[in-house]
Design a protein around this ligand. Sequence first.
Ligand code: CA
Length: 236
Amino acid sequence: MPHILLLEDDPAIAATVVFALEREGFAVAHHLLVGAAVQAAERQLPDAAVLDVGLPDGNGMDLCRRWRQHASPGLRALPVLMLTARAEEMDRVVALETGADDYLTKPFSPRELVARLRALMRRAALPAAGAVTAPALGLFEMDEAGQRIHLAGEPLALTRMELRLLGALLKSAGRIRSRESLLKEVWGALAEATDRTVDTHVKTLRAKLRECRPELDLIHTHRGLGYSLELPGDAR
Ligand code: CA
């Protein structure tokens, strides 16, 4: 039974979500406060999290960002669906840039929420976009669980979307990938992701690769065309 962490301080919304999820066979742990959700997630890793933005003791976006940047590998890769109050472009962009995998704007239909969560969890269960292919072995290696990539023996602290992006770039190493094709492969049905989403993730991914191996210039920008991953000669 998939275990969902729900962080929502509005009792009516929480009750609707809990009812819809339990009816579909999910186990739901509902929390009203950021502090309680943090503790619960550290005690037992959920299969996915649904986070409200405005909470009495904090902000769901900050929590998501914190998980993506500082938490255990499990929490870094946790599928997160954000519940935003307004359909404003800024909120959507920010929700995705905090590392959330998807978001819904209130009011939303409980069926839509269940469908989106199922999609996120299906995607999370896939290996990272077919990640590491033979030519890349040696420099990049995937761990047995298919959850982490090592660069020259060192584990990379990547978010799940960064992992999928790296997987997509590795599959087509040496070739230029347009933003559109990366969007389609990495973000899939997430229509709200934009070219800027790709740029933002390339930026953070590149920084993490450089932090690990400053001497390697792995991701190249091709102005007006897109990005490519260039492996050093001996790793091809
Ligand atoms: Ca709220």
